[in-house]
Design a protein around this ligand. Sequence first.
Ligand SMILES: Cc1ncc(COP(=O)(O)O)c(C=O)c1O
Length: 394
Amino acid sequence: MRPAARVTGLPPYLFAELDRLREEARARGVDVIDLGTGDPDLPTPVPVIERLCLEARDPANHRYPAYRGSGRFREAVAAYYRRRFRVELDPDREVLAVIGSKEGIAHLIWALVDPGDYVLVPDPAYPVYHTQTLLAGGIPFALPLRRDHGYFPDLTAVPDAVRERAKLMFLNYPNNPTAGVATQEQLAEAVKFVRRHDILLCHDAAYVEMTYDGVVAPSVLEIPGAREVAIELYSLSKPFNMTGWRIGAAVGNASALGILGRLKGHTDSGQFTAVQHAAVEALTWKGAAAFLQEMNAIYARRRDLVVGRLASFGWDFDLPRGTFYVWARPPGGLPVGEFASRLLEDAGVLVAPGPAYGRGGEGYVRLALCVADARLTQAMDRIAAWQARGDLRF
Ligand SMILES: Cc1ncc(COP(=O)(O)O)c(C=O)c1O
């Protein structure tokens, strides 16, 4: 069958491609250690699972969900923002349930971007901002993330002609893939920029709870006046090990959320109400703070294990301050696509090649810390042995 032209032009989805490479290698008998995909290996907290079981038994939840998300879910998100960021949100107008932040990103673009509109997209970045902009006929304009600025873009470098035709700007902190964490001052700079140029800012805060070394990541909505020009995407996927559950929220600018909700009404019917109520359990659970701390301690330990070894192998990186990624430049100068294929073939270690996140990813690979310490140690041992074999230009 002939696909639509818009699909023909799409590259394979990065993470589906990584899954394919992993499965192919496994089928050849390779014992693959997967550091490619950012998908927590630890389970969802038990009270959340138990709440889902209870809610799944309630026939009231078996019907179509409410379009904007259940009232209980929207109130729980508002209460979380009050508690965590001291931001007051109106659950009726300023909170909208999404089926994971990926769905929110995609539909926000379709709801706002006309063919020919510019969308400002960080480079490197989670690939969905770029590909969905292309699908909607928009023009992605790359905002290079500057390593010397904590992986924040230089907004003064956006040309006038682009600023004037830009409809939307994405930022994402703590950042995938660089693991940079923006300061409040940097987010305030972004808010000022979008206000001046009449652009909507979408801050993707999927990793906002995942930071190390005492760093606390801000919400963009903490910036005074931000709700007039910005929305934020919050997701339960990563902090609560709930990637499979597909639940998150878009919060902030009521007019943008109204437009997004209008498009969603014609596209999906929302997330299963039982899942939304299980998410309420996560957001209101007394043990949540301790759980998040415990998860971050596990990722910090894995990070330390990995960066200590990579440094000893001559890899170049900044110490990750958030997310569960290590963004690193391997030595040797081999194009990283080839580097990653050979690492998989020769050492059975899967990493994500940086260029898959944009041109700014050239020279880098991303390692996800979603495997247990023993496997991480094994992965580092294999990389060490592989590099020492010297059949690459190290
Ligand atoms: C920056 C970023 N945004 C959004 C997502 C999607 O998360 P969700 O499970 O909420 O759709 C991811 C997943 O890896 C991500 O890295």
